[in-house]
Design a protein around this ligand. Sequence first.
Ligand code: SF4
Length: 427
Amino acid sequence: MIYENITCSVCGMACEDILVDIDDDHMNVENACLMGNAKLGELRSPHRIKGPYIDGKVASWNEAIKMSADILKDATRPLLFIGSETSTEAMHVGIEMAQYLGGVVDSNATICHGPTVMGSQDAGKPSCTLGEIKNRADLLICWGSNPTESHPRHLSNFTLFPKGYFTRKGRMDRKLVVVDPRRTKTADIADLYIRIKPGYDYVVFNALSAAVRGQEVDENIGDMTDVSKDQIEELADIMKGANFGVIFAGLGVASSIRKNNNVRAVELLVRELNRYTKFSLLANRGHCNVAGFNQVCTWMTGFPFGVDFSRGYAYYNPGETTTVDLLDREEVDALLVVGAALASHLPRKVVKYMAKIPTVCIDLSHCPMTMLSNVVLPGVMDGAECEGTFYRIDDIPLRVKKFIDPPFNFTTSNEDTLKQIYTEVKK
Ligand code: SF4
């Protein structure tokens, strides 16, 4: 059976044109990149988790739900980590349950673009949609970002190569500038590549703002940043000369020294540029629905991630109420993880602590996170086995559809699984 216009639930581009040809004994995926192909391949993977486990042994669904609820309700301050490849509807249930339990709720932004969200809240967010970029943008600047490898269809399908209404010649109507300490694959196809010293983005953003305003830039700036005064003035002229420019800020901006202050500085640069032309900034967000968690969490609690309800109200202080910090200081006593391989990505000390406290995990396949969890519940693939909502990197919500049933019948979605746990908790 062939299904068209399927949404890929891997990276922030959330490509909506995927074709899946699937039946009992074969599967073929078209239009997706290698990462999208691999994720959809999980539908028929022999590693797929098809039933619950308690302490490594096969268990019944009801037992696993009850034990998950017991772990959460018996804890003083549980941490609920809702991963970004699940729907905003599931995130909504997770946030509500964390509030009910007086626990903490967090998501992937805590270890990726959290500083971008904080910088945007400080300085405003001059944003635009991917459709506007396709139809209008004639200047793209990838700063600390290598979308050729991190978002494989970013340039080909959405931003650099497609032909738009005012960019009829596609690539030939656009200029690509890359600013990065490394000569990446994206830099290889850029019209201009500027090598910057790691950790000096903040200085260069401020120097660019000065150059855009027509102020003098220090002659010696190149000694500090590896970006010369001439390069800064050349880039300022390119930016002011564009009809519609976009800066794609990657983790090279958000996760280098000065973090959210880098993002604040680049947002202020974009604000300055809008005195002369149309300019926007988008974060090249890694996971499919990582922007969705920030949206839902903000409208439910007022804060975008790392929200602590243990005081009886929503409290947010990144560095204090965020996942790595809480686990590092051993300040949470139970953990629920939905669709996130935390044990593969967090510091060793933190993972050791995760192995000590009672942990519940909802996931599609076995991974180090499922290996250290007391209860493992099988995950449902959003956008394939259930419908839901994803937010793309430009914060546009997309409704994704279901085209196949999950390989079990005790739950219909991660949202449903969380609701079953929440019902048991409230009992
Ligand atoms: S670019 Fe991203 S969303 Fe598109 S197919 Fe590849 S992994 Fe999926």
